[in-house]
Design a protein around this ligand. Structure first.
Ligand SMILES: [Zn+2]
Length: 166
């Protein structure tokens, strides 16, 4: 069962991947959830975008003072993190489909400066990003890597055992 919060977080990390606000079409094509899920939960795509902190369409003003303009976010920070992490997932070392994960999610951080603190960012592959979203939000990127590797190893072991028992 999905929660609105999860849907918003997914929308925001999808926007992070793209480096901008996703369109409904992009969500339908490559997004973490189908676009119809967003329509079901939020009524319209614009409302979903609004809830995620994006200005839904030109001319509309977001009244809430704490809404951040994701257009203005500094995505060059992501490049620095990729470089620091050698363009590899810090859990499985793959170089495919890598993304920058914010350890403490934007929902729990009021200011972009903290969100884009390098210690709060880590390179993960798409798969591990999904699995590890929301975990160990108060850890450094070094500690996050340790915990994540342990976690994934245990998960792989459990999968192996399940397969072996058949
Ligand atoms: Zn990975």
């Amino acid at each position: 069962m999905l929660s609105e919060e999860e849907l918003i977080e997914s929308l925001q990390s999808f926007a992070d991947e793209l480096g901008r606000r996703p369109t409904l079409h992009e969500m339908a094509q490559d997004g973490p959830h189908s676009s119809s899920v967003y329509k079901k939960y939020f009524g319209t795509w614009s409302t979903a975008l609004h809830e995620a902190g994006f200005e839904p369409s030109r001319g509309k003003i977001i009244k809430e003072e704490d809404r951040r303009d994701y257009y203005s976010r500094d995505y060059s920070k992501n490049q620095k993190i990729y470089e620091r992490d050698n363009h590899k997932c810090r859990v499985c070392d793959t170089e495919d489909s890598i993304e920058v994960h914010h350890i403490k999610s934007r929902l729990n951080i009021p200011h972009d400066e903290e969100l884009d603190n390098e210690d709060n960012m880590i390179t993960l592959c798409k798969k591990h990003h999904r699995i590890l979203e929301g975990k160990w939000e108060d850890t450094s990127h070094e500690r996050f890597e340790e915990l994540a590797r342990e976690y994934i190893e245990n998960e792989d072991d459990a999968t192996q055992k399940t397969i072996a028992s058949f």
